[in-house]
Ligand binder design. Structure first.
Ligand code: SAM
Length: 265
């Protein structure tokens, strides 16, 4: 995968390429990463990349000429790449989009600054617009890093295990199961016995229950959208029966109190 990032602050990426999975992916040539400085495409003496907005108002706008020239240079470096503008007005980034982008061989990211880019760039030279959330950053660089990081995890061979990304949260519509490492007991809390059993099937079942439980507690909306498998339905029904039993015992013990009535302290 080749990533080309267009930015007026290429220095921001120097350390990003230098750490962890990204660094390893570059060293093993799973990814090729480079930046183009938009300033280098400004033709004036001061290499200006912004100007005042037509119609007045505060803030500056990214000038179209240097940006267009930078995008055309990126097209030479990565001819098959969709050109993605980072913008809070784009489609919301998520794991599905990370997976979708990982299918390309090349990606070009255009990082805005100031109040954003001249709208004519947006219309004519951009293939996709992505936002990393409903908030406004000062520039697209952090957004590009977020997306590059998430996409890189999706590239086979970039993580330790071949299927590690498939087990990440959201990959199958669930949050990932709980993780534990040494020590066996930490501040009085022990690792669940099953994880020490060496019994792979039982461990897989425990992990599925853990993933379902976490998703139910933290992101029930994901469960509602998920195409549940037979095993998952069995687990949810088991919990549902347990909850019904708990409520039945409660009602038997407190039959005189109406459902929903708070206990007075
Ligand atoms: N005035 C613009 C607006 O309200 O839509 C925001 C411009 S923002 C200050 C400057 C640049 O940061 C944008 O052009 C974009 O590249 C980047 N940016 C800001 N928030 C972002 C987000 N949530 N996702 C992706 N990029 C973002």
């Amino acid at each position: 995968m080749k990533f080309v990032v267009l930015t007026i602050f290429p220095e921001m990426f120097a350390s990003f390429w230098e750490y962890g999975i990204i660094r390893k992916a570059i060293e093993t040539e799973k990814i090729l990463a480079s930046t183009l400085n938009i300033r280098d495409f400004a033709e004036d003496r001061h290499q200006v990349t912004d100007d005042r907005p037509y119609g007045g108002g505060s803030g500056m706008v990214m000038k179209p000429e240097p940006l267009a020239a930078a995008i055309r240079a990126a097209e030479q470096k990565a001819p098959s790449a969709p050109k993605i503008l980072l913008t809070p007005q784009g489609r919301g980034f998520n794991q599905k989009i990370a997976h979708e982008l990982a299918a390309f061989e090349e990606l070009v990211f255009v990082c805005g600054r100031y109040e954003g880019v001249d709208d004519r760039i947006d219309h004519d030279l951009i293939d996709d617009e992505i936002s990393i959330g409903d908030y406004v950053l000062t520039g697209g660089e952090l957004a590009a890093m977020v997306i590059i990081d998430a996409v890189t995890r999706q590239i086979p061979g970039t993580l330790g295990g071949e299927d590690a990304a498939e087990k990440d949260s959201f990959a199958d519509g669930l949050l990932e199961h709980a993780h534990y490492t040494r020590p066996h007991v930490f501040e009085g809390k022990a690792v669940p016995d099953i994880l020490l059993s060496g019994h792979h099937e039982k461990i897989d079942n425990w992990r599925l229950e853990s993933a379902l439980m976490r998703t139910l507690m933290k992101r029930a909306d994901l469960l509602q959208k998920k195409d549940l498998g037979a095993k998952e339905i069995r687990i949810l029904k088991k919990w549902s029966r347990r909850i019904e039993d708990i409520l039945k015992s409660y009602h038997r013990a407190h039959g005189e109190r109406r459902e929903g009535t708070e206990k007075k302290s």
